[in-house]
Design a protein around this ligand. Structure first.
Ligand code: SF4
Ligand code: SF4
Length: 183
């Protein structure tokens, strides 16, 4: 099943998505797009959004041990002494999706002194937080986050993974095979 999701913090309200949609599926509310039931998930708006504020979400379709894949895994980045807002927004979207598919929302935290943020994530509704805290190694660069991500996705086998490092473009994976690394 696929759907288009809006990352509201990234949206500038330019209206480009509304202009390009061939199906009249983009309504306008509070200066932000709102997709309606006419959406065919063609992806045209995603391609044309200058802010990369729209993402296409797809749950994994596999007949192989489908029941073992459970949970929506989100990378929660700590930046400038706080949880990065894009990560929090992804968690918000994950919670919306979780209401539909009844999967738990999981998060990975990597860095130095990040342990306390786990409680904040729990406060936002994350069921389980995997903390990789190493006070001796500040920062959360790729060499640290990839092994942590690989470890969690390999042992926990989530059905869906979201990853938004440094609030840049939002790569996403269609399903998350155990051991796979985002990027
Ligand atoms: S094209 Fe992107 S930035 Fe512009 S209104 Fe649509 S979602 Fe927002
Ligand atoms: S995915 Fe296609 S149909 Fe859906 S809102 Fe975007 S452009 Fe319109």
């Amino acid at each position: 099943m696929a759907k288009i999701a809006l990352l509201e913090r990234k949206c500038s309200g330019c209206g480009q998505c509304r202009s390009v949609c061939p199906f009249g599926a983009v309504d306008w509310k509070d200066n932000r797009p709102e997709l309606n039931a006419a959406c065919r998930v063609c992806g045209l708006c995603v391609k044309n959004c200058p802010e990369q504020a729209l993402i296409r979400l797809e749950t994994r379709e596999s007949s192989v041990e489908k029941n073992k894949w459970k949970g929506i895994l989100v990378f929660a980045e700590v930046s400038g002494g706080r949880l990065h807002p894009v990560g929090l927004e992804l968690i918000g979207k994950a919670l919306e999706l979780a209401e539909v598919c009844h999967d738990p929302v999981l998060a990975v935290l990597v860095g130095s002194g990040v342990r306390d943020y786990a409680e904040e994530l729990r406060h936002w509704g994350v069921s389980q937080v995997y903390v990789y805290d190493d006070p001796a190694r500040p920062g959360s660069g790729r060499t640290r986050t990839q092994p942590a991500w690989k470890n969690v996705s390999g042992t926990r086998a989530p059905a869906l993974c979201w990853w938004a490092p440094q609030a840049s473009a939002v790569p996403w994976r269609r399903g998350c095979p155990p051991g796979s690394i985002p990027g």
